[in-house]
Design a protein around this ligand. Structure first.
Ligand SMILES: Nc1nc2c(c(=O)[nH]1)N[C@H]1C(S)=C(S)[C@@H](COP(=O)(O)O)O[C@H]1N2
Ligand SMILES: [Mo]
Length: 271
């Protein structure tokens, strides 16, 4: 079969190679990037003949191969790539982040070909990976995003940092939603659907919804404003009386108005 794949790993697999203070470069080399797979890690046997289906509320449903997509105009987008943390422990703080450049085709360019129905408010995306997570049979990995969010920067990406995607990052094709948490950027992408309502399945209904008020939840979509200090690194001893330039990174889905820093100094007396 032209679109065959095998599981290199079954079940959950994750890799967080860098502590925040190790992210000293603006763009993160691929070997230092996070990897998060809920259901397994797939390896496609032939990337170019991998097929995706575009369906649902569209006038012209289509099947395209990665080879077809590579004929379309190529766009490169640099964007922060951040995991929202484990959906099983949504309140445990994590800082799993990197900054990556993605190359591929605009989802919006594909939409021009399939002609979505104006009533389609959500885009569902489904990966080829399926199986069990958190004690549930999850079916295929499926996420969604608002149709209104698909503009110039949402990509069907086949490259990461100028190279073909690695299997763990979704080779041969993944969705990339810059400014949204990584969970929304579906790897090993198989299907895009336009629909009236949010997608079913545990990754959009049971998990990845933050409680914002009593009984009110918000999908884990936009990355909230966040920052981290790279230098001084944790545990660094600083000499009393010398000046230190602290630096780090700050990011958000939308623009940032400013960054404030406050300092608590703990002196260790020495002779
Ligand atoms: N098909 C599929 N896509 C997926 C996932 C997955 O388990 N299956 N994990 C998501 C999560 S939680 C994150 S944080 C990002 C991680 O992307 P990366 O492994 O390329 O860094 O992929 C997302 N896309
Ligand atoms: Mo994640």
């Amino acid at each position: 079969m032209s679109d065959a794949f095998t599981y290199k790993i079954r079940g959950f697999y994750g890799r967080i190679p860098c502590e925040p203070h190790m992210l000293t470069e603006r763009m993160t080399p691929t070997k230092d990037c996070i990897v998060l797979c809920h259901l397994g890690l797939l390896e496609a046997s032939d990337g170019d003949s991998w097929e995706i289906e575009v369906a649902g509320m569209v006038d012209r449903p289509m099947r395209l191969t990665v080879r077809d997509l590579k004929q379309m105009p190529k766009v490169t987008v640099s964007s922060v790539h951040q995991c929202a943390g484990s959906p099983l422990e949504p309140n445990r703080p994590t800082l799993r982040v990197c900054n990556v450049s993605w190359g591929g085709v605009r989802l919006d360019d594909l939409f021009r070909l399939v002609e979505p129905d104006p009533g389609a408010a959500f885009v569902w995306s489904t990966g080829a990976d399926g199986g069990e997570f958190g004690g549930l049979d999850c079916g295929r990995y499926m996420k969604d995003l608002p149709r209104s969010r698909v503009g110039a920067d949402v990509l069907l990406a086949y490259e990461m940092n100028g190279e073909p995607l690695l299997p763990e990052h979704g080779h041969p094709l993944r969705l990339v939603v810059p400014g949204f948490y990584g969970t929304n950027s579906v790897k090993w992408l198989r299907r895009i659907e336009l629909r009236k309502e949010r997608a079913p399945g545990p990754f959009t209904t049971r998990w990845y919804n933050d409680l914002v008020a009593d009984g009110v939840t918000r999908p884990v979509w936009n990355i909230a404003p966040q920052s981290m200090i790279v230098w001084p690194a944790p545990g660094t001893s600083l000499e009393q009386g010398t000046s230190v330039r602290a630096w780090g990174w700050a990011w958000a889905d939308d623009s940032l108005a400013g960054v404030e820093i406050s300092i608590t100094v703990a002196f260790v007396a020495g002779f």
